[in-house]
Write a protein that binds this ligand. Structure first.
Ligand code: SF4
Ligand code: SF4
Length: 212
């Protein structure tokens, strides 16, 4: 992985969280939110996040943090009320993560963040240090899985199969098979165990239901 430097220091103005910036969520984010709020996914879905697919991304399952009145629902004054469990996109900001055309994982400074006064005003920091400072390593398993199902972005599948995958990844408390119902433990080992169960269930589901 390339390790560029970014220049950044957050001024805690709250502008990013008070804007309608798109924050995409993955299963690790949903698990964090679930542990933070002690709520099952079927009570959080449609209230705190929405799930969907887009024609330009084929059958790839997407999940977006919902806003209220143009601001994040977890913004408290100028600060994040769920900061230790905030989504990966918020941890990375103003950096972004994506896969390039060769499938390589790339981290870089995001574009179009002129509203953020912290960009270019702070100290230079290596991307690897930025990721470590923001505990981004908890996302590695999820990012590998997202890469694995990247081919879904290039194919069409039956709506019922798409809905099933979305339920596994983002509303797993609704699955009769989910073995961790009402278990909201935040301890890292417990979180990894739940994530691995969900991603392995999703992997099997894709293998059984989707032809590449
Ligand atoms: S807009 Fe920039 S400076 Fe303001 S809170 Fe967000 S990251 Fe920090
Ligand atoms: S979850 Fe927290 S850090 Fe992320 S947009 Fe909302 S208030 Fe900001």
């Amino acid at each position: 992985m390339e390790n560029p430097e970014i220049s950044f220091e957050c001024k805690c103005c709250g502008t990013c969280c008070g804007s309608d910036l798109d924050i995409y969520l993955n299963t690790t984010d949903i698990l964090n939110l679930r542990a933070c709020l002690s709520l099952p996914t079927f009570e959080m879905r449609d209230r705190f996040y929405r799930t969907f697919t887009l024609p330009e991304y084929g059958a790839y399952p997407l999940c977006l943090l919902s806003h209220r009145d143009g601001a994040c629902q977890f913004l408290d004054g100028k600060l994040c009320s769920i900061h230790p469990m905030r989504p990966g996109g918020c941890r990375l900001f103003p950096a972004v993560q994506y896969f390039d055309s060769s499938g390589e994982q790339v981290y870089s400074l995001g574009k179009g963040y002129d509203f953020c006064t912290g960009v270019s005003e702070g100290k230079n920091i290596k991307m690897s240090d930025w990721l470590e400072e923001n505990d981004f390593s908890i996302y590695s398993g999820n990012i590998e899985f997202q890469k694995k199902i990247g081919f879904l972005g290039r194919i069409k599948i039956d709506q019922r199969i798409k809905d099933g995958l979305i339920e596994i990844l983002f509303d797993f408390d609704s699955l009769p098979e989910f073995p961790y119902k009402e278990n909201y433990e935040k301890e890292i080992g417990s979180m990894i165990e739940k994530r691995d169960w969900i991603l392995s269930f999703a992997d099997e589901y894709v293998r059984e239901n989707v032809k590449k």
